[in-house]
Ligand binder design. Structure first.
Ligand code: FAD
Length: 470
């Protein structure tokens, strides 16, 4: 592909934010070019994030089930083994098919695709060092920065992607480590810890803060942590990793209480550093055009995703807000709608969050802790999956639905679900919050039997009245 002069929209970055913005812009009749340096589309999410992690979570769950629960269902297997290269192959195939699928969507929608590293020459010109060699200039009336995020490194810890890995290395280990230490108890660390734990690693998670996944509702978090502990995941909280030593056979970590105190040590074969992600703008030469960023390096935008430089916009992980693929996609659509003279809107308070472990934990809206700080009177309705007939029928009944509603109006403020398929169940709640529904609205909606979704209905009944089945 070559650069072109008269684009309406130029998107830098082909992740979920950028590629969705590019397709939507083209659909709205805008001449659009998307620049991506990776060689494949889909960004972090498709190449080294959401998709490969979910592929491995599914495969490792199948192995775990075959080994530990099939017999309970009367399915006997002579032996169960992990074929790691085949498991990785299945993941790579899924990623390959999906990234190529986006290229197909670009062709279908006539989005011009330039493979290379983009940097600003002016607010309407981007120079691209192309992957095939040489450079080209892409011009456009509007430029959207969708350059995403990168792994956050920790002082004194060098990631070699073999023994000290980021999430990217953890998605491609060549063998199952005997001992895996995960630094950081966010959702990425817990998901990757689950994958390797199921495949046989002893997993220890070291977390600086007092809690795992700090954004989670406290009560649900406690249950979730207990569930992970039952799966033999160990947690060392309020502790920092001071240094890692790779000179010996394994890796030796030196730990220290977050509040200071005596140091201890911990041995591992592989260490996963998953202490967060940082916005990625290296090499973009934002200084040249004067785009403002905050202290954390995130690009500052207004409610229309416009930066301080006219004609330059930013979306996705590179701006403040939840660093999630679906949020980046919503940003992308709203941003090009504004550019096309329409209205767009993204409510960051209603972005669902999901941890794809087993059980999964999904939430939308406010946690109980957040509701307390609002100072409103509220009610809580809960329903455990132990009392849900479908969950009992399939013998997978760990978890709960928790709904928080304003006492006076019954308006739903937040919903938190821990269940095998919580990531799917949550969307009924997202829609309810989007429409300003009350818990009675959900309770009076007919839910099919027997489904896990009935637990959402019963939790809603429990919020303003009484549930039937408990
Ligand atoms: P990115 O996906 O990071 O894409 C940015 C793209 O821009 C990259 O491809 C990069 O190569 C390109 N780029 C950067 N600079 C330039 C330049 N100068 N020129 C050209 N190209 C450039 N989110 C979820 O919602 N659900 C999940 O289950 C989930 N799981 C995850 C698991 C892991 C292990 C990780 C790491 C992340 C996960 N995420 C998940 C987060 C998700 O991947 C990000 O929120 C999402 O990818 C952000 O999209 P984006 O388009 O803003 O940026």
């Amino acid at each position: 592909a070559s650069g072109s002069d008269n684009n309406d929209v130029v998107v830098i970055g082909g992740g979920p934010g950028g590629y969705v913005a590019a397709i939507k812009a083209a659909q709205l009749g805008l001449k659009t070019t998307c620049i991506e340096k990776r060689g494949t589309l889909g960004g972090t999410c498709l190449n080294v994030g959401c998709i490969p992690s979910k592929a491995l979570l599914h495969s490792s769950h199948m192995y775990h089930e075959a080994k530990h629960t099939f017999a309970n269902h009367g399915v006997k297997l002579a032996s169960v083994e992990v074929d790691l290269p085949a498991m990785m192959g299945q993941k790579d195939k899924a990623v390959g098919n999906l990234t190529k699928g986006i290229e197909g969507l670009f062709k279908k929608n006539k989005v011009n695709y330039v493979k290379g590293y983009g940097k600003f020459l002016s607010p309407s010109e981007v120079s691209v060092d192309t992957l095939e060699g040489g450079s080209t200039i892409v011009k456009g009336k509007n430029i959207i920065i969708a350059t995403g995020s990168d792994v956050k490194s920790l002082p004194g810890i060098t990631i070699d992607e073999e023994r000290i890995v980021s999430s990217t290395g953890a998605l491609a280990l060549k063998e199952v480590p005997k001992r895996l230490v995960v630094i950081g108890a966010g959702y990425i660390g817990l998901e990757m810890g689950s994958v390797w734990g199921r495949l046989g690693s002893e997993v220890t998670v070291v977390e600086f803060g007092p809690d795992i996944v700090p954004t989670m509702d406290g009560e649900v978090r406690k249950q979730f942590q207990r569930s992970l502990e039952k799966q033999k995941m160990k947690f060392i909280l309020k502790t920092k990793v001071v240094s890692v030593d790779t000179t010996g056979n394994g890796v030796k970590l030196t730990l220290e209480p977050a509040a200071g105190g005596d140091q201890t040590s911990l041995e591992a074969d592989v260490v996963l550093v998953s202490a967060g992600r940082v916005p990625f703008t290296a090499g973009l030469e934002l200084d040249k055009i004067g785009v403002q960023t905050d202290k954390a390096g995130r690009i500052l935008v207004n409610e229309r995703f416009a930066t301080n430089v006219p004609g330059v916009y930013a979306i996705g992980d590179v701006i403040p807000g939840p660093m999630l693929a679906h949020k980046a996609e919503e940003d992308g659509v709203a941003c090009v709608e504004y550019i096309a003279g329409k209205e767009g809107h993204v409510d960051y308070d209603l972005v669902p969050g999901v941890v794809y472990t087993h059980p999964e934990v999904a939430s939308v809206g406010k946690t109980e802790e957040q509701v307390k700080t609002l100072g409103v009177d509220y009610r809580v309705g809960k329903f455990p999956f132990l009392a849900n007939s479908r969950a009992k029928a399939i013998d997978d009944a760990e978890g709960v639905v928790k709904i928080l509603a304003e006492k006076e109006t019954d308006k739903i403020l937040g919903v938190h679900i821990m269940a095998p398929n919580a990531g799917e169940l949550i969307h009924e709640a997202v829609l309810a919050l989007q429409y300003g529904a009350s818990s009675e609205d959900i309770a009076r909606t007919c839910h099919a039997h027997p489904t896990m979704s009935e637990a959402v209905k019963e939790a809603a009944m429990a919020t303003y009245d009484k549930p039937i089945h408990i």
